[in-house]
Design a protein around this ligand. Structure first.
Ligand code: NAD
Length: 477
């Protein structure tokens, strides 16, 4: 078994997303899908994933793994530690595939099914070894995976999924459609009634979601949102106020409208009028850019999916380039660019500040150190803008310690683009502070030692070009 090889069986919308999730987290992936168009579609999904997933992080993900399209089922499975089935949602097809997977997959491999609706007991009814690993589209950006099935396999699966930046939610008791799709089903059912009864169009229903409660759900879910809605009186008050409403005729509850050809045409026609001017790939890119923006804002407070990204990022290993630490290795997100498509000057400074922050973490002056009342403060920066940078470019910053003496620290960040061009330099001067005493003091203990080691390793290096510069124009007299 190869430690980090995934076999993806069925490479459609969901299979393609799994390919991207594993591949961009450094896993080798083999795909088995008899459909001739599968390879083209997966390559297109991968292009979208490459421009969005790394933009969630301020550090580099592992080097991309190797992707192979296999026409032989057994070869695709060979050496796989994870096997993910994502074929169409038909029970007899799943039974047939899982019988083969159980016979041919490596005995220790986790075998997951992406099924949206079937319970593990249905999938294993004929003796297959499989758990439900139900993801959400786009699989490469959304962390949630519902795991249902045998406890030991679910626990092993959860550890692997965390290592590729996902959030495994173990479902305690099996139920048709698991947890999330049951909630979505209720909303979907009501939406179908609203369209059928000509209360609202597909577009108006989408506005009702995205202009309001959709924004709340991303960061607090349902119950925490309602708790806040109860005001100071809290959840009990909320329940007392709105609970009785469920008995009013607000909801059609379990009643489902007939899926007549007329209803399907009505909805498909309204949807074409709403979004038909954009291709599916363009809509996916729009969705991905918006998700990256929302997820990045959730990072700050570690709310919901933002916390998963912060934890995953902390597990990514540091990188060195000879004696210089690589303090930034990241992709430039779309949100850092200007109207002209170039990275805005403020974000050169932001990248430099990230390099200083990362260097602080490397010497142990991290969040816990700051909480203890000590920290470095930046007191001066000098940025030289040397080359344009665009969205999607890889940015690398190496950091050299120019001098350190007592409370003073003088750093030099060199920023290169993926093609090796020096794009900017940032010289920065920091002072070590004691918050309680409200004065600058020299660092002590492990931080002082780690810093001294970097300073010693950098002492013999040449002064970098541009160090010691100031704004080289005379001020007008
Ligand atoms: P899809 O139709 O886009 O993809 C299915 C793929 O399976 C196709 O590429 C098809 O060629 C391939 N396939 C068919 N028979 C096969 C076989 N015998 N061996 C290998 N490949 C075969 O469907 P999808 O939306 O990706 O759904 C796949 C699974 O994921 C379903 O179980 C579905 O319930 C689940 N799922 C879907 C979503 C979603 O939003 N679409 C979300 C979560 C889970």
């Amino acid at each position: 078994m190869t430690e980090r090889k995934a076999a993806v069986i069925g490479g459609g919308v969901i299979g393609g997303g799994w390919v991207a999730r594993f591949l961009l987290n450094g896993w080798d992936v083999a795909v088995y899908d008899p459909e001739p168009e599968a390879e083209r579609k997966i390559q297109e999904v991968l292009q979208n994933a490459r421009r969005s997933l790394p933009a969630l992080y301020d550090r580099a993900l592992p080097d991309e793994g190797h992707l192979a399209f296999q026409s032989d089922f057994g070869e695709a499975l060979d050496g796989a530690a994870w096997v993910q089935e994502s074929v169409p949602e038909r029970l007899e097809l799943k039974h047939q595939i899982h019988a083969d997977l159980t016979a041919l997959a490596p005995p220790n491999a986790i075998i997951g099914s992406s099924t949206s609706g079937f319970k593990p007991s249905e999938l294993t009814a004929q003796g297959a070894r499989v758990i439900v690993a139900h993801p959400f589209n786009p699989v490469y950006l959304l962390p949630l995976v519902e795991l249902v099935g045998e406890a030991g396999q679910c626990a092993d699966a959860a550890a692997i999924l965390r290592s590729v930046g996902m959030y495994p939610l173990i479902v305690r008791k099996e139920i048709d459609a698991h947890i999330a799709d049951r909630l979505l089903e209720a909303v979907w059912r009501e939406a179908l009634w609203l369209v059928k009864d000509e209360i609202a169009t597909t577009e108006e229903i989408d506005e009702a979601i995205r202009m309001g409660f959709g924004l709340r759900w991303a960061q607090m879910g349902l119950f925490e949102t309602y708790r806040v809605a109860g005001g100071e009186a809290g959840m009990k008050h909320f329940m007392a106020q709105f609970g009785p409403a469920l008995e009013w005729p607000w909801t059609k509850l379990m009643d489902v409208p007939d899926f007549t050809p007329e209803l399907v045409d009505l909805i498909a026609g309204q949807s074409d009028a709403q979004s038909g001017h954009l291709s599916i790939r363009a809509l996916e890119r729009l969705r991905d850019d918006n998700l990256v923006g929302i997820l990045r804002s959730l990072r700050r407070t570690k709310s919901g999916a933002g916390g998963v990204i912060v934890d995953h990022e902390a597990s990514l290993p540091p990188v060195m380039e000879s004696v210089l630490p690589v303090t930034v290795l990241r992709q430039v997100p779309e949100t850092w660019t200007d109207y002209n498509g170039h990275m805005n000057e403020a974000h050169y400074l932001e990248a430099g500040a990230q390099a200083s922050d990362r260097f602080m973490e490397m010497i142990g002056a991290d969040a816990a150190y700051i909480a203890s009342g000590l920290s470095y403060f930046t007191v001066e920066n000098h940025v030289r803008y040397l080359a344009e940078v665009h969205a999607g470019d890889e940015l690398k910053i190496t950091t050299q310690v120019l001098a350190t003496e007592g409370k003073k620290l003088h750093l030099f960040h060199s920023m290169t683009r993926g093609d090796g061009t020096l794009a900017a330099t940032m010289e920065t001067f920091l002072l070590h502070m004691d918050f309680q005493a409200r004065k600058s003091v020299a660092p002590q203990g492990a931080v002082a030692e780690a810093l001294a080691q970097y300073a010693a390793a950098h002492r013999g290096l040449a002064m970098p070009d541009g160090a010691g510069r100031f704004v080289g124009q005379r001020a007008a007299q």
